[in-house]
Design a protein around this ligand. Structure first.
Ligand code: SF4
Length: 223
């Protein structure tokens, strides 16, 4: 295996992290330790599983076949794995070039652009849209797909500008939240809640309905 990534989860379709239906890829490992982070299960770089870029590109192919609109990469801190992530994003771009509907790439990072090294900058440049900045629990926001008011959405390509310009300042009445359940009673969720207690409220609600909350969304309360 030449290029491989440490992965928390991949899922299709994701509908709460970017426009349309998307392949969601969560990468494992984050050194940033934002106070109030509720995704602590993604911090350990040895957690998750190692997956070849070629395997994830098979997921991308399936997403294209099923009419997907894009790929969202989150974490954890994706740019901690800048070089294999670049291989993945280049592969997405190649596959997208032959798709009827081009896939856009939305990449989350907790870093600011000025903090990125050369390799990380090159990888970040492969995204159509880049959302930067730490999660700041004391700075809630109503802006869609952003966890706190300091986080910035950068539209980096014509495709990104076409698809996301109307979302730059968009504040939905409530943040998009996607809940997935299985017949045996497991549940997990995806989304960027805009209030500090939203994540716990979602999971408490699922438990009250009898579900086991089994895994991560973008954020997850510490046990
Ligand atoms: S909020 Fe995101 S960037 Fe901050 S510590 Fe948690 S996973 Fe890392």
């Amino acid at each position: 295996m030449t290029d491989a990534l440490r992965l928390t989860r991949a899922h299709f379709p994701v509908t709460a992290l970017g426009p349309g239906t998307r392949l969601g890829i969560w990468l494992q490992g984050c050194p940033l330790a934002c106070p109030g982070c509720v995704a602590k299960d993604t911090w350990d770089p040895d957690g998750g599983v190692t997956v070849g870029v070629d395997v994830l590109l098979d997921d991308v192919r399936r997403a294209i076949e099923e009419g997907g609109d894009g790929v969202t990469v989150s974490g954890g801190e994706p740019l901690e794995q800048a070089e294999p992530l670049a291989a993945l994003l280049r592969g997405v771009r190649e596959l997208s070039a032959n798709a009827v509907t081009p896939l856009d790439i939305l990449l989350y990072t907790g870093y600011e652009r000025a903090e990125l090294d050369v390799s990380q900058l090159a990888t970040a440049a492969l995204a159509d849209v880049l959302i930067t900045g730490r999660y700041v629990v004391t700075a809630p926001t109503g802006l869609i797909w952003r966890g706190s008011a300091n986080q910035e959405m950068h539209l980096q390509t014509p495709l990104g500008r076409t698809r996301y310009a109307s979302y730059l300042d968009y504040e939905p009445a409530a943040p998009p939240i996607q809940i997935e359940t299985s017949p045996d009673g497991d549940a997990w969720w995806v989304g960027v809640p805009n209030k500090p207690n939203t994540a716990r409220a979602i999971e408490d609600g699922l438990r009250a309905l009898g579900y086991r909350v089994t895994s991560v969304s973008w954020r997850r309360p510490a046990p």
